[in-house]
Structures are given as C-alpha cells and as structure tokens.
Design a protein around this ligand. Structure first.
Ligand code: OSB
Ligand code: MG
Length: 372
C-alpha cells in the first residue's frame, strides 16, 4: 500500500549536444518536467514527464502537463490509499480525457516508489526478464544524404544495434539509399516519418521497399489507423506505429485492421507502465514484435524505459541510447552507458537503479511547485 503525501513538480532546461530535427519540428534544448513524489512512510520517488515544448508530436506540451498535473491529476492521487501502482491509471482516467504524458509521470513515479518500498528492481516488479537490453539510435534529419551516411556508419561502428533515420518529403529516398549503400546490405536500418506523408504518397513510399528496412515508423497522420492499413497493404516493409498507439484499445484496433505489424511503445504516450505492459502482453500473444521508443529523456525517464525494455517481447533494439548521446552531463549517477556490444545493462538494485543528482537538478530548475 502506498499513500502519496506530496509531489514537487519542477521544470529543468537541459541543452541537447546537437539539435534534433524530425519532420514536424526541431529541438535544441529540452524543457523537462520532473516529479518528486513523497509517501507517508518517508520514501521519495522520481519520474519524468516526456511532453515536448510544442504540440508537434502529440497534443500535450510541458505547459499543458503542468496544468493537468497541478490542477486535476495530483490532487486526485494525494492522500489516497493505493493498493497497487496498476490502480493509478484507472483512477486518473475517470472523467479526465487524454493528458496521457501527465498521467504517466504520476503513474510511473508510483511504480518507482513501489520498487523502492519492496526493495526490488523496477524491471523485475513489472515483469522484466532481460539482464541487458539492445540499444538503437534515432538520428535526426541531416543536411544531405552524405552527411547522413557518415552518421549512420559512425553509429554502427560504435555498436548501435539499430539505426533509425528520420525522413520527410525532400529528405527521404535518396537519404535512406545513401545510408544503405554506406552501411551495407544487412545493416539494421529503419525510417521514421513522424506523420509527414499521406496516402497520395503511397507509390513514392514503395521505393523504400527496395532498401531493406526493418520497418517504417508512423508514415501517416498521428491519430490514424485506417489509412495506415491501406498503406500497409501496398508496402512490403512492415509499418511500425508510434503516435497512433495511445492505449491497449488502439493496439487491438491496429491488429484488427492490419494498420501495422510492429509497435513502438513509449510509456508516456500510453499513460504509463501498466498500459505499456498490457500492450506488450497483447502484442506478445499475437506475435507482434514491440520495442521501446524514446522522447529524448533525461536519465530519470530513461530508467523507466530501460525497465520496460527488459520485458520478453521487446525483441527489437529500442531508442534507448546512452546519456552521452544526448547530454554533456546527465542528471543521474551513474549515467546510462552502452557496452561495446551495443547493449545497456538493466540495473539490479532496488528502485529505478540510478541516483538522482539533486544538486544538478536544483541548478537546472527554472520553476517548481509543491502539491500536497
Ligand atoms: O518519433 O520516436 C519519435 C523524439 C521526439 C519525438 C518523437 C520521436 C523522437 C525520437 C527520439 O525518435 C528517440 C530518442 O529518445 O532517442
Ligand atoms: Mg516515432
């Protein structure tokens, strides 16, 4: 049983080492909301809200999440007797539509607290079985096919087990072809369009079928399932859905309609870990592979992704790269690192498995509020 007595919400600013460009926008500095949860027995847990600065990925932003957490979500949880972290999303979902990333920040923080309370690793608490997870990298849109090819080769030489190439009209077929030629015929490459196309582009996109991609992620509208099913019928390359899968129900619909053959699970997008595990389980029983996506998380959000990716049906490398891919210095110790074999070790200790660097967080904080 957990009873939350107060939550402190902070915003930190963390500059990326290099700008990250996708079809719908560019980020140079992350504005990250962190949640510090206190329970009645004196335990402290930390979590991260993955919402971006602008609503170009989902309708949420850090500012809408700030409002949702402080006005509606935190007050609903504080003081309640919570039997199990699995009860949190149903509690937050009742008569509050959407705001999955805001809900997930609270829900995940309670999973983190529960793993501390029980003295077991978060990964084991949620059913994880792997000791190491496979690591991929997501490369933003580059200036030219040659520049991309250089980055792809370097990433593979570093050991990454999957390279995801962001694409958009004007930076697609030629870019992916250059990457394929530089990386060789069997290199694990994929593309992510972040909704940059429509069904009118179906013939154009079939050119990707010759380039041996593991999958193409979310080519069509952010909330679509029906048109993706039509496109999948015309493409040999498997479609992987990201933005469109916001719940277990949407994953079921994807399967029923044939909108895609692979799912990218991001706990923030689906309302937290319980929903992520439910989608994982549904996909596992229907032979749909899943992998863990990323939202340029700090070391705190990354801890939850690593734990999730340790579940058995996470059979493709995740966008869960080491801290040094994103930041000069992370906000946790130790930082997240990648082995020479392109894996990340799942922590064995109780809780999220890394220490939060409170001094550094206080230095980076631009606003904070406590709800109790
Ligand atoms: O579509 O997967 C995406 C980052 C921000 C918004 C959307 C996406 C991404 C990434 C980053 O691809 C993956 C990472 O965290 O390394
Ligand atoms: Mg994506």
């Amino acid at each position: 049983m957990i009873q939350i007595t107060s939550m402190t919400l902070r915003e930190i600013r963390l500059p990326l080492k290099e700008p990250f460009r996708i079809s719908s926008g560019m980020v140079t500095e992350r504005r990250i909301a962190l949640l510090e949860l206190h329970d009645a027995s004196g335990l402290v847990g930390w979590s991260e809200c993955v919402a971006g600065e602008t609503p170009n990925y989902s309708p949420e932003t850090i500012d809408t999440a700030w409002l949702a957490i402080t006005q509606w979500l935190a007050p609903r949880v504080i003081g309640q007797d919570i039997e199990s972290p699995g009860d949190v999303l149903p509690l937050l979902d009742r008569d509050i539509r959407g705001h999955n990333m805001a809900k997930a920040a609270i829900e995940m923080g309670i999973w983190g607290l529960e793993s501390i309370r029980l003295g077991i690793p978060l990964s084991r608490l949620i059913g994880g079985t792997r000791k190491e997870i496979e690591v991929g990298i997501s490369l933003g849109i580059q200036g030219s096919p040659d520049a991309l090819a250089t980055r792809v080769k370097a990433a593979l030489a570093t050991g990454y087990r999957k390279v995801k190439i962001k694409i958009m009209p004007g930076s697609d077929i030629d870019f992916v072809r250059a990457a394929r030629e530089a990386a060789g015929p069997t290199a694990p490459l994929m593309a992510d369009a972040n909704n940059a196309y429509t069904l009118d582009d179906a013939d154009h996109l079939t050119q990707l079928d010759e380039l041996g991609l593991m999958m193409i992620e979310q080519p069509l509208a952010w909330d679509d399932l029906v048109q993706h099913a039509e496109l999948q019928r015309r493409l040999q390359t498997p479609i992987c859905l990201d933005e469109s899968i916001t719940s277990l129900d949407r994953a079921r619909d994807m399967y029923t309609l044939g909108s895609g053959r692979i799912v990218n699970i991001k706990p923030g997008r689906v309302g937290g870990l319980a929903s992520s595990v439910a989608i994982h389980d549904f996909c596992e029983s229907n032979d749909v592979p899943v992998w863990c996506g990323g939202m340029l998380e700090s070391g705190i959000g990354r801890a939850y992704n690593v734990a999730l990716a340790s579940l058995p049906n996470f059979v493709k490398p995740g966008d869960v790269s080491p801290s040094s891919r994103y930041w000069e210095r992370d906000i946790v110790t130790p930082e997240w690192t990648m082995t020479a074999q392109g894996t990340m070790v799942v922590p064995e200790g109780a809780g999220i498995g890394v220490e939060v660097d409170l001094d550094r967080i206080e230095d980076l904080t631009v606003r904070h509020t406590t709800i109790s």
